[in-house]
Design a protein around this ligand. Structure first.
Ligand SMILES: [Zn+2]
Length: 250
């Protein structure tokens, strides 16, 4: 019987039968796998807790029918208790796994994406970093990794250096006043995106809700949705209602 061992992050789960659960995993070496976890919804199951979305696990799997694998053994690698104890961190983490789940699966195993996924979850678990721009930063980094990094240093239409006043994901980035289309962008938001993509991500995430954050979140969601060509459900719930309005949270 075919077996495999790998490290994985749980992207999504859904119920199957009376007490089973199907988990969609992004593995380090075997790409995206669908895995049947038998009996995990029973209260006595030791595997249940680790097979929740965002769980970072080590799995031993046995080949089942079709493309389905069956869990033989699951070990929790990171508990991520900070991530799981704060609403904003959970929402950001769910947006991240939803976006990774939307990556077309015809692609072969991608260890680079696995590494980014593990690192973004560790960042969300680290209270040194503020959570509000973590998901947005991940989306921009994922676009860059995929070779679709938006242009933020000149006008995508006429290549003028600016001033750059708008951002349009459909055309690939920032625009000057003469060519403007899409969404207006402030100098603060533009500065944040340049820092996120330009090597100062940690510096940005150490700042508590810096000016322009709301815009950056909205633009990151727009850019990732345009990239995948579809609306994403969970990711939208972390976007502010409008720029500069704080996430409504009692
Ligand atoms: Zn222009």
């Amino acid at each position: 019987m075919k077996e495999l061992e790998d490290e994985a992050v749980v992207l999504r789960t859904y119920k199957s039968g009376e007490s089973d659960r199907v988990c969609v995993l992004w593995t380090r070496h075997h790409g995206k796998l669908r895995v049947l976890a038998k009996g995990v919804r029973k209260t006595t199951s030791r595997m249940g807790g680790s097979l929740e979305p965002m769980g970072h696990v080590k799995v031993d799997l046995v080949k089942g029918r079709g493309d389905l694998w069956i869990t033989k053994h699951v070990t929790h690698l990171e508990r991520m208790t900070n991530l799981r104890s704060e609403y904003e961190r959970i929402a950001a983490g769910l947006a991240v796994v939803e976006v990774v789940d939307a990556i077309p699966t015809d692609e072969a195993a991608d260890e680079g994406i696995f590494e980014m996924l593990v690192r973004v979850l560790a960042t969300l678990d680290n209270t040194e970093f503020h959570p509000e721009l973590i998901a947005a930063s991940f989306f921009f980094k994922l676009l860059a990794y995929d070779g679709s990094e938006p242009v933020v240093d000149f006008c995508v239409n006429c290549e003028s250096r600016g001033p750059l006043v708008a951002f349009n994901a459909e055309v690939g980035g920032t625009l000057c006043a003469n060519c403007r289309s899409g969404t207006a962008i402030s100098a603060d938001a533009l500065g944040l995106i340049r820092r996120i993509l330009g090597g100062d991500l940690a510096g940005v995430l150490r700042e508590n809700n810096p000016p322009g954050s709301g815009e950056v979140m909205a633009l990151a969601h727009e850019a990732i949705e345009v990239h995948f060509g579809k609306r994403l459900k969970v990711s939208r719930s972390t976007a502010p209602l409008a720029p500069h309005i704080e996430t409504p949270f009692p």
